[in-house]
Ligand binder design. Structure first.
Ligand code: ADP
Ligand SMILES: O=P(O)(O)O[C@H]1O[C@H](CO)[C@@H](O[C@H]2O[C@H](CO)[C@@H](O)[C@H](O)[C@H]2O)[C@H](O)[C@H]1O
Length: 466
């Protein structure tokens, strides 16, 4: 079917309906900007049915324009169209238009199977087993706080559909494929990807990987450990559910992945110029955070001097490809080992920046922040009735520091140098991450903003951290 005949399948007023639906999706990046219009930029068929035969599936790429006239964004929206939807598809409905019901295709087993077939048709490796037979496929969307949409297929494949598209190959696919190629057991095996075009450039639309069914999410494991500690009031080492040995193993895993990324994609030395550029990037991120949360000005002087110190560093460490947005939720624990996922980098950053060679300490800083997040997450639960400033905060801090230390020691056991020896850079990168999180939370989860905001106090002052 040609693109023109596919466009004949688009219901009237589709773009208006999408303009009302898109901004409410978890993966919609620009939560703080008012949408002025949505335009279907590309359309192709997922499943070629007539409405009488079964669901019509369309893979749309939509362009979003904003009232502020600033940068436009592109999103991938796979939609299903039926004349009536079964009960299980009701939560996925986007709109009813002229007797046709439009819904998110990723909730529909049949359309998911068709998408998986499209990925495997593109794959250059052995065909996948019969999981792509639409009649027998069972799929479920993963819930939670996600930047993209992931669907588990037959409990053994995971189809990740990238939502905000930027022209170019997504580092998630690039890095996981490279790591798979050098035999890494620290990432799920990549089974294929779907590439389309955006603004004339080959662009990643989706990735298929092995699903790790028995994997526990690192974030949830860490929260369980903190809960144990706060419930019995002992020190983190004495409380049941101590997480430090897992943090140590996670440090080992991250250092191994860094070494494997060097093996797969090379490295160079960080230069003085890199340090100056990084320092400027840190200041610019802090400016953005200040615009969103003016109260951060209380720590402005101290923060600026932490970032200014980076510009004085001579360089000399390693610059390499890194994960780029590492936190406990990006680490899953299988019965055998820690595995890292989601190598996309910070979703808000341009692809070119995410694909640049950078200091691996950036990932270490991401983990430092994540231990701090896990320690303070309990403070957001009103039913816990615990408050910042209470003695519980001291315990939480102890938990964070114990796990930060264990992580760094595990990392050092592989790399040879403890990341904490890079005092100036690690502190600055961790503060830089807190500035990114301040902006991220303000738009996505305002009630969480207090966590990165309070981190400024410790990180910008001269106090010992971990
Ligand atoms: N291969 C996998 N096997 C098992 N669970 C996975 C796998 N990949 C991702 N997950 C789960 O899905 C969640 C979201 O995946 P992620 O790649 O981080 O998506 P996003 O880019 O949308 O944040 C993860 O936190 C993890 O719990
Ligand atoms: O996982 P994503 O690629 O979507 O990353 C974004 O969302 C994360 C939250 O889901 C966010 O991470 C922040 O919150 C985590 C707890 O939910 C915490 O462990 C991290 O340390 C903290 O940065 C991430 O920053 C964002 O890019």
């Amino acid at each position: 079917m040609t693109s023109t005949s596919v466009s004949a399948l688009l219901p009237p007023r589709l773009e208006t309906a999408l303009a009302m639906w898109l901004p409410w999706q978890r993966w919609f990046a620009s939560k703080g900007r008012a949408v002025s219009g949505v335009t279907v930029a590309q359309q192709s068929l997922i499943a070629d049915h007539s409405l009488e035969e079964g669901p019509v599936g369309l893979l749309l790429v939509v362009r979003v324009d904003f009232v502020d006239g600033g940068e436009r964004e592109y999103y991938q929206v796979p939609i299903g169209i039926r004349t009536a939807v079964p009960r299980e598809l009701e939560p996925a409905v986007i709109a009813g238009l002229n007797g046709a019901i439009l819904y998110d295709a990723l909730s529909d087993h049949e359309l998911v199977a068709a998408l998986v077939r499209r990925v495997t048709d593109d794959a250059e490796q052995e065909p996948l087993p019969d999981a792509t037979d639409s009649a027998s496929v069972v799929s479920r969307m993963l819930g939670g706080e996600q930047s993209n949409s992931s669907v588990v297929v037959d409990e053994r494949l995971l189809l990740k559909v990238f939502r905000r598209l930027r022209s170019g190959i997504n580092p998630d696919v690039e890095l996981q494929e490279s790591l798979t190629r050098v035999g890494s057991l620290r990432v799920p095996r990549v089974l294929g990807s779907m590439t389309g075009h955006l603004q004339g450039e080959a662009t990643t639309y989706a990735m298929l990987q092995e699903f790790l069914p028995a994997a526990a999410d690192g974030w949830r494991m860490a929260l369980a450990s903190v809960r144990d500690l706060l419930a019995n009031g002992w020190s983190p080492a004495a409380a049941g559910g101590d997480f430090a040995s897992e943090s140590w193993r996670l440090g080992v895993a991250v250092a191994e992945v860094h070494a494997q990324l060097v093996e797969a994609l090379g490295h160079r030395s960080l230069t003085r110029e890199d340090m100056r550029r990084l320092s400027a990037e840190m200041s610019a991120q802090f400016d953005r955070a200040l615009r969103v949360v003016p109260a951060l000005s209380r720590t402005e002087e101290a923060t600026r001097s932490v970032f200014a110190a980076v510009a004085e560093l001579p360089g000399g460490g390693t610059a390499q490809r890194i994960h780029g947005d590492l936190h406990l939720g990006q680490a899953v624990r299988t019965p055998d080992r820690w595995v890292l996922i989601d190598f996309e980098g910070e979703p808000a950053a341009p692809l070119q920046q995410r694909r640049a060679l950078q200091s691996p300490l950036r990932d270490v800083a991401g983990m430092m922040r994540s231990f701090d997040y896990a320690a303070h997450h309990q403070f957001l639960q009103p039913e816990q009735n615990i408050h910042f400033g209470s003695t519980v905060e001291i315990q939480a801090k102890e938990w964070a520091q114990r796990n930060q230390r264990a992580f760094c020691e595990g990392y050092a056991s592989v790399e040879g140098t403890d990341p904490r020896e890079h005092t100036v850079l690690l502190r600055a990168l961790t503060l830089h991450k807190a500035a990114y999180e301040t902006v991220y939370e303000a738009y996505h989860r305002p009630s969480w903003s207090v966590i990165p905001q309070r981190a400024f106090r410790d990180l910008s002052m001269g106090s010992s951290l971990w």
